[in-house]
Design a protein around this ligand. Structure first.
Ligand code: S3P
Length: 440
């Protein structure tokens, strides 16, 4: 039998040091996409060299774009202009990456060739109707598998007309897909959201000289323009920093600096929730880099208490709930989350897989269709299955650091999708973690 790819963690100790976690995943994807359809050469620094963003590079190479690197975080994209993409020779495999698939679908419906997009087992279960439905309203033709899941066959060569679309759920992926299609559509495409999702696409389009008009919970784009190549400096991913923010908050004696972290206000919900639980996080030297807010974060140990997480913060912390649940498990009192049914359709069903893992380590939890209640307690030694979900694997590695005995987290291979070098970086700041199995 093939050996699994597991984390083995010995608990105890404080976290110290000064580190920069890998580049922001959302921004890395978008920089390649916009660079590819821009006129001129885009240089990206701080690029996330993880499987998901590398998958986006592979996709655009398959679409005829010359892309150099990544080399020490630098990627050079030789833009082909809005009309310059070419038919790929075969299906494009996007691995585990929902962002690549949903955003690319928006771009590819507008091309004059047909593309097939595939993904791994997890991506092949994820809902695509949310993006295909509005694109079909614009005139696109997309075939999907049963249940409107991947693989997707995207038929190009169809004229698109702009729509005014109200998103049923806050989703940056759907919003971005519609903005990308909107570049090619006849007329003005308008997207309205029930709550604000991350706005990296709107910001970066502006940086590439393509105006996006923005109002409260809405944005609009006129079709028919062009993008000008623009260099992109990718900040460290706050979603990756979150694991260390929680690990240091929970470990007495810790004092850790996280450098150059992206602080886009549509992404900082995790800091607000942790601060409301009593976390000691200082936001230092706030600055703007390439249109995105950035800061250094100093985090020190502080006792945490449970909170009711306001539903309004959910879209702004959507990827950080697995690690926030670990903070909740170690806090005094109960933490309650509702309005978070989206967590059930991420890389795994994050409400259920987290609930199962916390229960396996002796924590009392109750799930609801749209949320979870977690009673703070004492984490026990044990074995937890991450279900192949990168963020769940890293969350339980942090939990293990605070457990009463050794913890094994299984099926951690996909950590490479968003946080390459996680084990080495975690070790360097004081977490006693080892990789067991293939590649160990
Ligand atoms: C992302 C948007 C979010 C997030 C995902 C990345 C993006 O998904 O969960 O990890 O880069 O646009 P939704 O937009 O579906 O909420």
């Amino acid at each position: 039998m093939t050996r699994r790819h597991d984390f083995r963690v010995q608990p105890g100790g404080s976290l110290h040091g000064r580190v920069r976690v890998p580049g922001d995943k959302s921004i890395s994807h978008r920089a390649v996409m916009l660079g590819a359809i821009a006129d001129g050469v885009t240089t990206i620094d701080g690029f996330l060299e993880g499987a998901d963003a590398l998958g986006t590079i592979g996709a655009f190479r398959a679409l005829g774009v010359t892309i150099g690197g990544p080399e020490a975080g630098r990627v050079v994209v030789h833009g082909v202009g809005v009309e310059g993409l070419q038919a790929p020779r075969g299906p494009i495999d996007l691995g585990n990456s929902g962002t690549s698939m949903r955003l690319l679908t928006g771009l590819l419906v507008a091309q004059n060739f047909t593309t097939v997009l595939t993904g791994d087992e997890s991506l092949s279960r994820r809902p695509m109707r949310r993006v295909t439905e509005p694109l079909v309203q614009m005139g696109a033709r997309v075939e999907s598998a049963e249940g409107e899941t991947p693989p997707l066959t995207i038929h190009g060569g169809r004229p698109l007309s702009a729509i005014d679309y109200r998103l049923p759920i806050a989703s940056a992926q759907v919003k971005s897909a519609l903005l990308l299609a909107g570049i090619y559509a006849h007329g003005r495409t308008r997207v309205r959201e029930p709550a604000e999702s991350r706005d990296h696409t709107e910001r970066m389009l502006g940086g590439f000289g393509y105006p996006v008009e923005r109002g409260e919970l809405e944005c609009s784009i006129d079709g028919g323009g062009r993008l000008r190549a623009s260099d992109v400096d990718v900040p460290a991913d706050i979603s990756s920093a979150a694991f260390l923010l929680v690990a240091a908050s929970l470990s007495p004696g810790s004092d850790l600096m996280l450098e150059h972290v992206g602080m886009n206000p549509t992404r900082t919900g995790v800091i607000e929730v942790l601060q409301s639980m009593g976390a000691d996080i200082d936001i230092l030297d706030p600055r703007t880099v390439g249109g995105e807010p950035v800061a250094d974060l100093r985090v020190r140990y502080a006792p945490l208490h449970g909170v009711d997480i306001p539903p309004a913060v959910v879209p702004r912390a959507i990827d950080e709930f697995p690690i926030l649940f670990i903070a909740a498990a170690c806090a005094s009192g109960t933490t309650r989350l509702s309005g978070a049914e989206e967590l059930r359709v991420k890389e795994s069903d994050r409400l259920q897989v987290m609930a199962d893992g916390l229960a396996a380590l002796g924590i009392n939890v109750r799930t609801r269709p749209d949320g979870i209640d977690i009673e703070g307690g004492h984490l026990q030694a044990g074995v937890v299955d991450s279900a192949g979900d990168h963020r769940i694997a890293m969350s339980f590695a942090v939990a293990a650091h605070r457990a009463a005995g050794p913890v094994t987290v299984t099926d951690c291979r996909n950590v490479e999708t968003s946080f390459p070098g996680f084990v080495d970086l975690a070790r360097s700041v004081g977490i006693d973690i080892e990789l067991e199995g293939e590649g160990a």
